[in-house]
Design a protein around this ligand. Structure first.
Ligand SMILES: NC(=O)c1ccc[n+]([C@@H]2O[C@H](COP(=O)([O-])OP(=O)(O)OC[C@H]3O[C@@H](n4cnc5c(N)ncnc54)[C@H](O)[C@@H]3O)[C@@H](O)[C@H]2O)c1
Length: 260
C-alpha cells in the first residue's frame, strides 16, 4: 500500500516511533494524518506539524477507540490505515523476579499493549470489509518474538500482540484486510530512555525516522513482519531451530546484563 492519498490514524502519535511515523507519512503525502494520544496537547502539536487532526484518547478504553474511528470517518473520511502503536512498559517490575509486577500493572499493560489492537480491529473491520479492504499496522516489538530480558509483562503482552496480528491477517485476508506487525529492537525514544540502565542494546539503537522508513517500505510490499533490526530474523530462526540452546543463550545474556 502506498501512503500517498491515504487517510491514516496513528495511536501514540505524539512522541517516539508514532511521531516518526506521522512525520514520514506526511512526507509520503498522506491525504490526512490523525494523531491519537493520551497526551492531547502533544498530539495537537504533531497534528499541526503534519497538517492533520488530533484526538486525545486512551487506547486502553474501547469507547475512546470507537470515538476516534467514528469521528475520523465522519469528519475526514474512510480510514485506509490504522496504526496501533501506543505501547508501554511495566512500571516497578523487578528485573530479577517474574512475579514482581502487581495484578493492576499486568492488567493495564495488557490493555494498552494488546486490547487496544483488539478494540481497533473490532471497531474498524466491519467498515473496512464493507468497502472492500483496509490496512492495520500494529506495533509489537522484537520482545514479542524473542523476549525482553527482565520484563515478563512486556514480553507476554507483546507476544500476545504478535499473535493477534497473525489471527487478524489469517482470518481476514480474503476480505481485503492487510496486516503488518512492527517488531523493532531498541529505538531512541522516551520509552527506551525510561527503560534506562540494565538494558543493553545489543544491535544498536535506531532513530524513529529509520524505523518509519522501514515501515513505509514494508507497507509498500505488504510484508507481514516488519523488522527494522534485520538480525531479529536470525534470532527467531535460532529459537525455533533449537529452543533449549536459545534459552541457554538468553540466560547468558541475562547474566551479562546483571553484571552491568
Ligand atoms: N522504543 C523502543 O525501543 C521500542 C522497541 C520496540 C517496540 N516499541 C514499541 O513501539 C511503540 C511506541 O513506543 P515508543 O518507544 O515510541 O514510546 P514513547 O513512550 O516514546 O511514545 C509512546 C506514545 O504513546 C502514548 N501513549 C501511552 N499510553 C497511551 C494510551 N493508553 N493511550 C494513548 N496513547 C498512549 C504516549 O503518550 C506517547 O506519546 C510501543 O508500542 C512500544 O512498545 C518501542
Amino acid at each position: 500500500m502506498k501512503i500517498e492519498g491515504k487517510i491514516v490514524v496513528v495511536t501514540g502519535g505524539a512522541d517516539g516511533i508514532g511521531r516518526g511515523l506521522c512525520d514520514r507519512f506526511h512526507q509520503e503525502k498522506a491525504k490526512a494524518i490523525v494523531v491519537v494520544d493520551i497526551d492531547g496537547a502533544k498530539a495537537a502539536e504533531v497534528a499541526r506539524a503534519v497538517g492533520g487532526i488530533s484526538f486525545q484518547a486512551d487506547v486502553s478504553k474501547e469507547a475512546d477507540i470507537i470515538r476516534v474511528v467514528e469521528e475520523t470517518e465522519a469528519q475526514v473520511g474512510p480510514i485506509d490505515l490504522f496504526v496501533s502503536n501506543a505501547g508501554i512498559g511495566a512500571p516497578g517490575e523487578s528485573f530479577h523476579s517474574v512475579g514482581s509486577a502487581s495484578n493492576d500493572v499486568w492488567q493495564h499493560v495488557w490493555e494498552v499493549n494488546l486490547m487496544a489492537h483488539v478494540y481497533a480491529a473490532r471497531a474498524l473491520l466491519p467498515r473496512m470489509i464493507a468497502r472492500g479492504g483496509g490496512y492495520f499496522l500494529n506495533t509489537a516489538s522484537a520482545a514479542g518474538l524473542l523476549t525482553q530480558v527482565g520484563s515478563a509483562v512486556y514480553s507476554v503482552t507483546k507476544h500476545a500482540a504478535v499473535a493477534f496480528a497473525e489471527s487478524l491477517a489469517i482470518t481476514h485476508r480474503d476480505e481485503g484486510i492487510r496486516v503488518s506487525v512492527l517488531c523493532p529492537q531498541a529505538v531512541d525514544t522516551p520509552l527506551l530512555r525510561l527503560a534506562g540502565e540494565g538494558t543493553q542494546n545489543v544491535d544498536g539503537v535506531l532513530s524513529p525516522a529509520e524505523v518509519a522508513a522501514c515501515v513505509v517500505e514494508a507497507l509498500d510490499r505488504e510484508t507481514f513482519l516488519v523488522l527494522p533490526h534485520p538480525q531479529v530474523l536470525g534470532y527467531m530462526q535460532n529459537k525455533t531451530g533449537n529452543y533449549d540452546r536459545w534459552i541457554g543463550g538468553m540466560v547468558k545474556l541475562r547474566r551479562r546484563y546483571d553484571q552491568g
